[in-house]
Design a protein around this ligand. Structure first.
Ligand SMILES: NC(=O)c1ccc[n+]([C@@H]2O[C@H](COP(=O)([O-])OP(=O)(O)OC[C@H]3O[C@@H](n4cnc5c(N)ncnc54)[C@H](OP(=O)(O)O)[C@@H]3O)[C@@H](O)[C@H]2O)c1
Length: 378
C-alpha cells in the first residue's frame, strides 16, 4: 500500500565520524526515502520538534550512534513530527494516506508478552524513535510504527503541533503514572521554563496541584506567569547548590533553598520533585522532598553520576522513581488535553529547515531559551 513515494529526499544526518556540537555534527544530505515495513507508516513531515536528545546524539554522548543502532550507519534524528500520512505498510488498520497526524516517540516490538499485557515500555526491544533509531523527523519523510500516530489537534498549525509531543507526554507519565500526582500536591519543578518544565507546571495546574517553579531569570518568570504559574524560586539566589561531590550534604546552600521553598508553601515540603537536571540538583531534590515523597527523574542535563545523602532517603522514606518517555496510552491521554485546550503548546521559536543544526546549537548554548522549538520541514 505504498503511495508514490519519491526515490530520494533531503535529511539532516549525523554520522559517527563527525560527533560533536550540533552545528558540526548535523549535515544536510540526499538519502533514499524509506519504505514502510509491516505495521509501519511513512510520514510526509511538515514540521519537526526540537528535543535535547538530539544534542546527545550529535555529541555521541553517552553512546555513539554505532551503539544506538548498529545496523544503520546514518542517523536521522528527530523524535517529534507533525505531518501527513504518505504511505502505509501491510497490517496498518487505523490510518490512511492523507491523515494529518503527530507522533509519540515510543517504539516497541508489539509482539512480546510485555507489549501485550504488561507495558510496552518494558519490552526488551523498546526504543526512543529518532534517538535510538534512525529515520526520525529531521527529513522530508520519516518512518514510524502505526501505533506512534495521534490525531493532530485541528486548531494548531504545523509548527505548534510538532513541538509538544515528547515533552508533554514524558511530563504526563512522570507526574500521573510514575509519581501518582494528586490534587493539592506540591511539586517542585526544576527548569520550569524549559521544554519539560513548561508542560509539568500546566499539568499540575490542570488537577489543582501546586507547582513551585525554579527559574534563572525574571524574563523566564514573566513567561511562566502567562502559563498560570504563581510560585517561583530564582536559582541564581542559591549559587552554592551545585556543591562538589565530596562536600558535606546538606550544604548551607541547600538549607537556604529549602527555607525559601517552605516560605512559598507555608512550611510544607513538596510531595513530588520533578527532576531532569541531574548532578547539579539531585542532592537538593532528595533533601527537600517531603517525608514519603517522590523524586521522579527522566534525565540528567548537567551530568548523570548522581550523589545524595541516603539518610534523607531511608529515614524519611522517600522514593526515587525513574520515568522514561510514554506509551501510546499516556500520549493519547495527554494529546486529548491539548485538543480540549487544557494544555497550551509552549512553542516559542520556529526555524526554517536549513536552520535545523542552528536550532539545536541554540538549545545547547542559549541560556535565554524558554518553551519549545520547531523546525519547518516542508
Ligand atoms: N527520558 C525521557 O523520556 C526524556 C524526555 C524529555 C527530556 N529528557 C531529558 O530531560 C532534560 C531536559 O529536557 P528539556 O526538553 O526540558 O530541556 P530544556 O528545554 O533545555 O530545559 C532544561 C532546563 O533545565 C534547567 N537547567 C539547566 N541546567 C541547570 C542547572 N545546572 N541547574 C538547574 N537547572 C538547570 C534550565 O532552566 P533554568 O536555567 O531556567 O533554571 C532549562 O530550562 C534533557 O536532558 C533531556 O534529554 C528525557
Amino acid at each position: 500500500m505504498s503511495a508514490a513515494l519519491p526515490a530520494t529526499m533531503q535529511a539532516w544526518v549525523v554520522r559517527e565520524d563527525r560527533h560533536g556540537d550540533p552545528v558540526h555534527a548535523m549535515k544536510l544530505e540526499t538519502v533514499p526515502v524509506p519504505r514502510p515495513g509491516i505495521g509501519e507508516v511513512i510520514l510526509r513531515v511538515r514540521a519537526a520538534g526540537v528535543n535535547y536528545n538530539h544534542v546527545w546524539a550529535c555529541r555521541g554522548v553517552p553512546v555513539p550512534i554505532s551503539q544506538l543502532h548498529p545496523d544503520d550507519p546514518l542517523h536521522i534524528g528527530g523524535s517529534d513530527a507533525a505531518g501527513v500520512v504518505a504511505a502505509v505498510g501491510e497490517g496498518v488498520r487505523y490510518w490512511k494516506v492523507g491523515d494529518e497526524v503527530i507522533t509519540h516517540p515510543n517504539q516497541s516490538c508489539g509482539q512480546c508478552a510485555a507489549c501485550n499485557g504488561l507495558e510496552p515500555l518494558s519490552c526488551m526491544h523498546q526504543k526512543a524513535w529518532g534517538f535510538e533509531t534512525s529515520w526520525g523527523s529531521f527529513a522530508q519523510y520519516a518512518r514510524v510504527q502505526a501505533q506512534q500516530l495521534l490525531r493532530k489537534p485541528a486548531g494548531l498549525g504545523w509548527a505548534e503541533a510538532s513541538a509538544y509531543g515528547l515533552k508533554l507526554f514524558t511530563a504526563y507519565r512522570m507526574l500521573f503514572v510514575s509519581a501518582d500526582l494528586k490534587p493539592r500536591d506540591r511539586v517542585l519543578v526544576w527548569g520550569a521554563s524549559g521544554g519539560l518544565g513548561s508542560y509539568a507546571l500546566q499539568l499540575c495546574r490542570a488537577v489543582s496541584a501546586v507547582p513551585i517553579c525554579v527559574v534563572s531569570s525574571p524574563q523566564k518568570e514573566a513567561y511562566l506567569r502567562q502559563l498560570g504559574a504563581e510560585l517561583f524560586i530564582d536559582r541564581n539566589q542559591f549559587p552554592y547548590l551545585d556543591a562538589p561531590a565530596d562536600s558535606p550534604v546538606p550544604s548551607a546552600g541547600m538549607r537556604q533553598f529549602r527555607r525559601r521553598l517552605r516560605e512559598l508553601t507555608g512550611g510544607e515540603d513538596p510531595e513530588i520533585v520533578f527532576e531532569h537536571v541531574g548532578a547539579a540538583t539531585f542532592p537538593t531534590s532528595v533533601f527537600v522532598a517531603r517525608r514519603l515523597g517522590k523524586i521522579v527523574i527522566c534525565g540528567a542535563t548537567s551530568g548523570y553520576q548522581l550523589t545524595f545523602d541516603a539518610r534523607y532517603l531511608w529515614m524519611h522514606q522517600k522514593q526515587i522513581v525513574g520515568s522514561h518517555g510514554c506509551n501510546s496510552h499516556d500520549a493519547s491521554r495527554a494529546n486529548d488535553l491539548v485538543e480540549r485546550g487544557v494544555i497550551r503548546p509552549t512553542l516559542t521559536r520556529t526555524y526554517a529547515f536549513h536552520q535545523a543544526a542552528l536550532a539545536h546549537q541554540h538549545l545547547l548554548e542559549d541560556r535565554t531559551c524558554q518553551g519549545s522549538f520547531a523546525i519547518m520541514v516542508d
